[in-house]
Design a protein around this ligand. Structure first.
Ligand code: NDP
Length: 351
């Protein structure tokens, strides 16, 4: 166990707020490469922050959407060539080939290349020369949230990082971009990390916290249904009502212990007196194993092979997941309760 009291006395990560970032450094054109989830939100926010934004995309419906949103839209290479600052916002697995063929040829000395994820630099699937700035601006928020927060005048958290500081101003560019996309409005802030920390922790969240939580949920559904409770009520009680999502939101807003006060004494006593039963050394060991595979590059290598096979194993796993009881029950219950499909506005290509 870590000694949290000692660690809390010395929190070292640099944190920046609105007054620490200056948009004046962004007076030249910014190219948004990829008008997707993050691309659209960041392009609109930067434009609304008064900056000059071009979009580079493939010719498809998202090209048209960028035009309708009022942007000049160009081929990817042309947009990268015309801009001083390039926000590379296409999916991580596609970045290496697009970088080699369309971005790299445009990278001159005074350019700034900005990633929203540390993955490709960390796992060396992209290598960049030291002649230009390479930075990271990674919102801790999905694209829809990045746009909505901006429109509502609220900030959100972003990680920034510097891989190459050719200009001596790389961090200032990262701070300014984070401010331009709205991160430093009230309620938000910028934390400085390394590319490696961002990439590895992102994977840790996806491979440890997320799936471990999925197993806990599946186990709870099984135990309750086995005990004879009707599935509709079990699913609604455990997550479908949104009550749990609200608690998670309150944990973020108020803190883990303080949010307990929102619950009844019965709930507080019950959860605190029983909680220790579920502390599991096996869970800890499994998480450590997944983290080791992330840190030593085993996962990145495995995923690169899988990607070459057109995500064959992922497709098989998704097919198998349809038979997992909770997935099966989820759609039946959803249909019975006439749940509206609330997925519009998120990136439909992933749904
Ligand atoms: P999306 O899946 O939304 O895709 C982004 C863009 O990539 C789209 O405009 C898409 O074009 C384009 N694209 C797809 N295939 C090709 C191709 N073969 N050639 C050229 N362009 C292509 O990506 P995200 O916005 O989710 O992710 C972008 C970056 O942001 C990644 O680095 C990711 O890690 C990072 N990030 C994402 C977050 C999120 O919430 N999703 C959060 C924080 C960071 P089209 O739409 O026209 O098909």
């Amino acid at each position: 166990m870590v000694d949290s009291k000692d660690i809390a006395k010395e929190l070292k990560t640099p944190v920046y707020f609105n007054e620490d970032a200056n948009l004046n450094i962004l007076q030249e054109p910014i190219a948004i490469i990829g008008y997707g989830n993050q691309g659209r939100a960041q392009a609109l926010n930067l434009k609304d922050s008064g900056l000059e934004v071009l979009v580079g995309n493939i010719h498809d419906e998202y090209w048209d959407m960028a035009k309708e949103d009022g942007f000049e839209v160009l081929e990817i290479q042309e947009a990268a060539k015309r801009a001083k600052i390039i926000l590379f916002l296409i999916p991580d697995e596609l970045q290496p080939s697009i970088f080699e063929t369309q971005i790299k040829p445009t990278l001159e000395r005074d350019k700034v290349l900005c990633f929203a994820s540390g993955y490709n630099i960390t796992f060396e699937t992209i290598s960049v020369s030291q002649d230009f700035d390479t930075i990271l601006v990674a919102p801790r928020m999905i694209g829809k949230g990045v746009r909505e927060s901006y429109l509502n005048g609220r900030g959100f958290y972003s990680f920034i990082g510097v891989h190459n500081d050719a200009s001596g101003r790389a961090k200032d560019f990262a701070l300014a971009i984070a401010k331009g996309i709205g991160s430093t409005k009230p309620g938000g802030a910028i934390l400085e990390v390394t590319f490696r920390q961002e990439a590895e922790l992102d994977l840790f969240n996806e491979q440890c916290f997320g799936p471990a939580f999925g197993q806990v949920l599946t186990c709870a559904v099984d135990v309750a249904i086995e005990a004879g409770y009707p599935p509709e009520i079990v699913l609604l009680e455990l997550y479908m009502s949104g009550e749990f999502a609200y608690t998670a939101e309150m944990i973020a807003k108020m803190g883990t212990l303080k949010q307990l006060e929102l619950h009844s004494p019965t709930s507080q006593y019950g959860s605190m007196s029983r909680g220790i039963r579920y502390a599991s050394p096996e869970l800890r060991e499994a998480m450590k194993q997944s983290l080791r595979e992330i840190q030593d590059g085993t996962f990145a290598k495995e995923f690169a092979e899988e990607y070459k096979l057109d995500l064959e194993i992922l497709d098989d796993m998704k097919e198998m997941a349809k038979d997992i009881p909770i997935v099966y029950l989820d759609s039946a219950v959803r249909e019975k309760l006439r749940f509206a499909d609330d997925s519009r506005g998120y990136n439909s290509r992933h749904l």
